[in-house]
Design a protein around this ligand. Structure first.
Ligand code: DSN
Length: 415
């Protein structure tokens, strides 16, 4: 990864690209939505397919010269079907948000009703936040997690659904550490005659590996992103039954997007092949085991872990009970100085702003890709705690930085 050809043309960009690789090598990526894809996936994404327009679908393109695009998109689709067991798969969405847009566009009219989890309780912008197209196009009502347990309040969801009469209910979240009971959401959707969209963006890899319950065959639509826990090329995916296949495909193209990013589809195909290997299941299991170890370490050191633990790849910490004067951004900045990259996050019952919220969110998918086990993850947890406790103490941050550098050297990336 010396970017020598870029360097010949554009040393500024080459420096930044090399800098990014080095940054990833020298830091611990704990943003729960990030991972480190393989060099094979990187190579596919950086391929000449970036030049190709392939509007349409395999065998039915609006442009000539699509034989290799067709082959690759078909491979991505077939592998996705095998990974998740879906009848129909669309691998063209540019992102998880575009995947959700595809479902809304296919099934809703402007002004129709979406019922989804509040963003500060773990939802996602594209589930209907007022700042997002979804909140601006549709009427949105939101359910929450139980303030006592931190688990989705399924009874509250049912009550709101009865009253609101939604056209679609969204499950699947971006800052929710517990297993989602997709069947329970489906039961509510059945009761109120609504569609059910399960957005598994964060847990695509865990679902594929069977370490989290699958909504495929339960929910009407399953969307996801392809670069988080599944560790494939960057982008989104939609899965559904044959019944809705045409509506979904038409909504993605020409409805929401133009030409598919075929280089990313190639990255998806390669990453899906990697995820079909036996070692991927072990990876997904280890990712969850590491997150549990992280949550336990935080709890042992007095941090308030939302819901008391985790069932998936992420841990959400509410700083208010243990560190009422410390904000998520304080911790995010100090940890970044120390080489631990995670994000400040809103928490249920948030009392601060989305930009400088009361919590932090950390994930283990990328550390597990580097080879971390529970013991090392516990140590990382202790390093995080020492920075949370002393975020404005330069000596503590410097000590943590030294240890992070040692760990990065011990578990090398992109050698
Ligand atoms: N930005 C992603 C996340 O961090 O959860 C979702 O889009």
């Amino acid at each position: 990864m010396d970017y020598s050809q870029v360097r010949d043309v554009d040393p500024d960009v080459a420096d930044a690209l090399s800098g990014e690789v080095q940054r990833q090598r020298d830091t611990l990526a704990m943003i729960a939505s990030e991972n480190h894809v393989s060099e094979a996936v990187l190579e596919a994404q950086g391929s000449a397919l970036t030049n190709k327009y392939a509007e349409g679908y395999p065998g039915e393109r609006y442009y000539a010269g699509c034989e290799y695009a067709d082959e690759i998109e078909n491979l991505a689709i077939e592998r996705a079907k095998e990974l998740w067991g879906a009848e129909h798969v669309n691998v063209q969405p540019h992102s998880g948000t575009q995947a959700n847009m595809g479902v809304y566009l296919a099934m809703l009219d402007p002004g129709d009703k979406i019922l989804s989890l509040d963003l500060t309780h773990g939802g996602h912008l594209s589930h209907g936040h007022p700042a997002n197209f979804a909140g601006q196009t549709y009427e949105v009502e939101q359910y929450e997690v139980d303030p006592e347990t931190g688990y989705v309040d399924y009874e509250g969801l049912a009550e709101i659904a009865d009253e609101f009469d939604p056209d679609i209910i969204v499950s699947g979240y971006s800052a929710y550490p517990r297993e989602v009971d997709f069947q329970r959401v489906q039961d509510v959707a059945n009761d109120v005659d609504a569609y059910h969209l399960a957005d598994i963006a964060h847990i695509t890899g865990l679902v594929a590996a069977g370490v989290h319950a699958s909504p495929v065959g339960v929910a009407d639509f399953v969307t996801g992103s392809t670069h988080k826990t599944i560790r494939a090329g960057r982008g989104g995916i939609i899965m559904c039954d044959e019944e809705h296949a045409k509506a979904i495909d038409n909504a993605v193209f020409p409805g929401a997007q133009g030409g598919p990013l075929m280089h990313n589809v190639a990255g998806k195909a390669v990453g899906f092949k990697e995820a079909l290997s036996e070692s991927f299941e072990a990876y997904a299991e280890q990712t969850v085991a590491n997150a549990k170890a992280l949550a336990e370490t935080f709890t042992e050191h007095g941090l308030e872990v939302v819901s008391g633990g985790t069932d998936n790849h992420l841990v959400l910490v509410d700083l208010r009970p243990s560190h009422p004067e410390t904000t998520g951004k304080d911790v995010e900045a100090a940890l970044e100085d120390a080489g631990i990259i995670m994000n400040a996050n809103t928490v249920p019952g948030e009392t601060r702003s989305a930009f400088d919220p009361s919590g932090i969110r950390l994930g283990t998918a990328a550390l597990t890709t580097r080879g971390f086990d529970e013991d090392v993850t516990r140590e990382v947890g202790e390093l995080v705690v020492s920075v949370v406790d002393n975020y404005d103490d330069e000596d503590v941050v410097a000590d943590v930085t030294d240890r992070v550098q040692e760990l990065c050297a011990e578990y090398p990336l992109y050698e």
